[in-house]
Design a protein around this ligand. Sequence first.
Ligand SMILES: [Cu+2]
Length: 364
Amino acid sequence: MEATRGVLPTIYRYVGSAKVMLTTLNRSSLPPNIRKDFLDSVNCLRRKPSIFPPGLTGSQNRYDDFTATHLNQTLTVHANTFFVHWHRHLLFLFEQALIKECGYQHTLPYWDWPLYVDNLYTSKLFDGSEHSFGGNGAYVPGLPDINEGGGVFVPRGTGGGCVTTGPFANMTVPFKKLKFFDIFVFNGVLPSTALNYDPHCLTRDISIGAVQWGNQANVSYQISQPDFPSFNYFINGALGLVSVHTAGHQAGGGVNGDGSSTFGANADPFFYLHHAMVDLTYTVWQALDPKRRQYNITGGNTTAYLTSTAFNIPPSPIVTLDFELNWGFLDQPRRLRDIMSVTGGPYCYKYDYDYDQYSKPMQE
Ligand SMILES: [Cu+2]
């Protein structure tokens, strides 16, 4: 039975082979009880022990294991060919952990970016209630604006400090916070201390400036890319280019929050709904021309991000469908071709989204 991932607003999906998928496409809110089930399940993972070999990392619990894995592989899973695919599978593993280890009975919701461009503070995502991901971080004065590279800046958010409301209030992130620009400093080698226990509080800087970039026109632009390299380039973003992907991270993380820290971005649980929307854009894009797009990563004229290393630092070979990806201790290695279809390999899900309506460019 196929499972449907619903918008944070509407879920409905599966559980193993059990649940019947609903095909409502109304983009309305997920019921509060299901939102609570999801949030409770995330906190359940935070109470489960790490499965990593003792002493290897600073991971304090099963939730942290996912953050450690993402952090550890940041330099080979971003600004590269299989960015969307590696994250697709990380989400799947996270969803499976919620279901199998914490009794969650629904699917991962997604954050439908355009829904909240005008009201992120009061949205179901960040209104600070027990049924949200909690509110903004405490205000910290004097922080700079968000540097997108290439001379582009987006206004910082209105937080910057610890999250003090909602189900993740006063949550501890066990690793030192790194930043996007560290990618260029590390030159392909993560510092040996990056996974050491070096805790800080979960931090947010909700940015209304950043969330605007996730508007419907930009989502449509993303989904209207003609070939995989172009799709991949725009979803990743580049110096001076704010993508819908970058926008979601910065909408929650702002200038210094965990959600926009690239390396440890999934320390903030909203990451998983944000990346489900990234996965949705790719799934919709593939579905619009499955014959040409389901198992293809070539075409067009774009030459960026076609190797395995972030920004091709250090230079690495062009990635093929036989490239083997891994998720460390979280799963077995898998070939890229085996994780490209949401109804093949380990997956069987779809999104509750009107593929036709939202893939067309906005009318003037
Ligand atoms: Cu990532």
